[in-house]
Structures are given as C-alpha cells and as structure tokens.
Design a protein. Structure first.
Length: 124
C-alpha cells in the first residue's frame, strides 16, 4: 500500500530534486520493520539534519495515524556516511516510478542521484 512521505531535507544526493515539505506517495512492503534508535542517536540525527523522510498524511502532517509501523518520530528515511551519500529507508521509491504503478513520486529520488553522480564525475 502507498503511504505519505514528507521530505525533510533536500540537501542530499538523493533528495535534491524535491523541495522540503513535498509530500510523496510511495509504497511500503515491510511487515513489522520500523526505525528505532536510542536518544543519543536520535539527537545526533536531528542536529546533523540526517532525517530525510518522515511518514505523514496527505496534507503533510506528521500524525500517529500516518505512521504505519510505529517508527520513532515517524522516521521513514535517514542519510549518513561521507557527504550523506548513504540512504536507508523503509518505503520503496523504486516502486513509484510511473503513474501506472500508482505514483511517479519516487522518480525524482533517482534523478537526484543521477545528477549527483554526474556532478561528481565532472569534478574528476
């Protein structure tokens, strides 16, 4: 089923094609999985702006009802690594590439990544 995702950070190789606050429709397929972490990790993620997607309703509101798995603070995706070039997320943007699939909202993630790779290639 599709869930709402709100873009929290568009300064990553994966999210530069979105605007902060954009609401995406992306499928989930994860049984019981959810994001959990201790308070120290959570504080670091917030301070370093590493949370890139949160579950939300269709209006972009973060609500308990819109959080399909009980993920901490509705976290659906985080980045890390050098230059935030590693993305971990539960929803499946690769399943939201064409309107015929129910949504094309995932396509911008892959276009963003391609643009980042092309820019890096141009620097070498």
């Amino acid at each position: 089923r599709h869930v709402g995702l709100r873009v929290e950070n568009n300064q990553t190789p994966f999210t530069s094609g979105y605007r902060v606050g954009d609401v995406l429709s992306v499928p989930i397929a994860h049984g019981e999985g959810r994001y959990v972490c201790d308070d120290e990790t959570y504080s670091r993620l917030v301070a370093q702006n590493q949370i890139v997607f949160r579950y939300c309703d269709s209006a972009g509101q973060i609500t308990e009802a819109a959080n399909p798995n009980g993920s901490r603070d509705s976290i659906a995706g985080i980045v890390g690594g050098p230059n935030n070039n590693i993305l971990g997320m539960m929803p499946h943007p690769e399943r939201a590439m064409k309107a015929a699939l129910g949504s094309s909202d995932g396509a911008a993630l892959f276009r963003s990544l391609q643009a980042a790779l092309n820019a890096q290639k141009g620097q070498n």
